[in-house]
Design a protein around this ligand. Structure first.
Ligand SMILES: *Cc1c(COP(=O)(O)O)cnc(C)c1O
Length: 397
């Protein structure tokens, strides 16, 4: 299916709403039926019928069709957050006594799900270094039901060999889930590489304007339907029609925004890696990235989120560098129009900081939609202030 068809036409039913180009927000809780018999038929098939908006809703359903098609999946479910999508999918697949394998250091709340919440229900998890696919094979127990991936990781940017791990999991009857928020389906299609379920935080690139929280899960119709009829309906984590409308609006420009973020990240990472105050830049599409070959093989492009380390990484220098920025904002999240920084020390007390721990020194930067020169000038000024090194910028102010 053409990308342009998916983004502009698929799932839309304009004749049913006055040929309006922008679909309406169906702000309704329930839907009425002409007869008891019609209601009875609908209730027998809540997955495909509008009955009550904790289940399906027409505005949400337009988004459902588009996001399933973008992933090359049979169906999709929308959630009120990315973490909701991940948690419900994982809960639906595991029961007491089961074992899961997760890549080490996934998104913080995914980590908490496996590390703190699931053990309360008698479910254990092994966390493995995902850069070697054999680590997953080594961690398998007879109770292993699930392998969870996040590639690239939004913490350390490490990749997993998606095809290899999916093929191995299938040979053992183990279900695979991947968090694909970083790449979006435009830059990585895990379903085509054999993954069963794909989760994304729609809050990030799909929404893209830092004004809506949402999540999506895609997969086979059978799996998505089973999750819908059980954990999804029971936990009540549906997306609101208003949020679905905002995500639809964001989705129209996803290719433009994602490519802009990608192209600007190329410029910023190249500039930073040459700056004398910078020790290292970590981004999967940097020429010196350790897994550059795997990145080129399984990703068609790269998100605009990367990290770097200052040569002089004292606690104060890192903090001052971030505080001195005039235009890049200090904030969590990413994927919006605005560029952001967040240092690892933001979640750390000064006495716990270790200068010899690279993870402590990381400064994460998200490249938004501003002019790249505008961002480079801001970084340059702030680096000059902490390092007393001034780099002349050609044509940049
Ligand atoms: C933000 C994020 C999530 C969680 O998404 P929410 O919409 O905030 O719940 C999950 N995975 C990754 C990689 C993220 O960056």
């Amino acid at each position: 299916m053409d990308l342009s068809f998916i983004l502009n036409e698929l799932g839309e039913d304009r004749e049913n709403y006055f040929n309006a180009v922008a679909p309406p927000v169906m702000q309704t809780t329930n839907f009425a039926f002409n007869t008891v018999s019609e209601l009875r038929d609908a209730m027998a098939d809540e997955f495909d019928t509008n009955i009550y908006s904790r289940g399906q809703n027409p505005t949400v359903n337009i988004l459902r069709k588009k996001l399933a098609a973008l992933d090359g999946a049979e169906d999709a479910l929308l959630f009120n957050s990315g973490v909701g999508a991940i948690s419900i999918a994982v809960l639906s697949l595991l029961k007491a006594g089961d074992h899961a394998i997760s890549v080490k250091s996934p998104y913080s709340w995914t980590n908490k799900l496996f590390d703190k919440i699931l053990p309360k229900f008698g479910i254990t998890t092994s966390f493995v270094d995902g850069t070697d696919p054999e680590n997953f094979e080594r961690a398998v127990l007879k109770e292993t039901r699930l392998i969870f991936l996040e590639s690239p990781s939004t913490f350390n940017y490490q990749l997993q060999d998606i095809k290899k791990i999916a093929a191995f999991a299938h040979s053992r009857g183990i279900v695979t889930i991947i968090d694909n928020s970083y790449c979006t389906p435009l830059f990585q299609q895990p379903i085509k590489m054999g993954i069963d379920l794909v989760a994304q935080s729609a809050t990030k690139y799909i929404g893209g304007h830092s004004d809506v929280v949402g999540g999506v899960l895609t997969g086979s119709r059978t799996m998505i339907k089973r999750i819908f009829e059980n954990e999804f309906m029971n936990m009540g984590t549906m997306l609101s029609p208003n949020s679905a409308w905002l995500l639809l609006r964001g989705l129209r420009t996803l290719p433009l925004r994602l490519n802009r973020s990608f192209e600007s990240a190329k410029l910023l990472t190249a500039w930073l890696s040459k700056h004398e105050a910078i020790e290292k830049v970590i981004w999967p599409f940097s020429p010196d990235f350790e897994q550059a070959a795997l990145a080129a093989e399984q990703m068609q492009g790269c998100g605009g989120l990367f990290s770097f380390i200052l040569k002089d990484s004292s606690f104060e220098k890192i903090e001052n560098f971030c505080n001195n920025l005039q235009h890049l904002l200090i904030a969590v999240s990413w994927g919006g129009h605005e560029s952001l920084v967040i240092p690892a020390i933001a979640s750390m007390k000064k006495e716990d900081y270790r200068t010899d721990n690279k993870q402590h020194q990381l400064i994460r930067l998200y490249v938004g939609l501003e002019e790249p020169d505008y961002l480079i000038a801001d970084l340059n000024k702030s680096l000059a202030k902490i390092s007393l090194v001034t780099v002349p910028l050609n044509g940049v102010n």
